[in-house]
Write a protein that binds this ligand. Structure first.
Ligand SMILES: [Cu+2]
Length: 117
């Protein structure tokens, strides 16, 4: 991962962890539900932010390299698959955004061959 993106991701994840600890204390202390929900949403926002930075890193590195190497189908298949896991771009069909298919072996193999990240 590019150093600037790694730093940004780690900052967001550590912030989310601290925030999550606070949410756990709120639940332990039996605080007012809407207050807990607001704080939990903030944690989710931090995690989504981390995911977006990781996506940007992937686009700037692995995807760009894969496209230039002519592996367009593999790169697009892998992206379409991983975006199914995203809360924002995923199907939102009640399965936690997991979708119904596993990542293709072809996409995984292609990424490994590319020395992704
Ligand atoms: Cu990548």
């Amino acid at each position: 991962m590019k150093p600037n993106h790694r730093t940004a991701v780690l900052n967001r994840l550590k912030s989310a962890r601290g925030h999550l600890d606070a949410v756990i204390r709120m639940v332990d202390d039996d605080q007012y539900c809407p207050d807990v929900m607001k704080q939990l949403a903030a944690v989710q926002g931090s995690l989504e932010g981390a995911g977006r930075v990781i996506l940007r890193n992937h686009l700037e590195t692995c995807v760009a390299a894969g496209m230039m190497a002519g592996r367009v189908d593999d790169v697009v298949d892998e992206l379409m698959n991983v975006l199914r896991f995203d809360r924002v771009t995923g199907p939102g069909d009640g399965d936690g955004g997991r979708g119904t298919t596993e990542p293709t072996a072809r996409g995984v193999d292609a990424e490994r061959q590319n020395g992704c990240h």
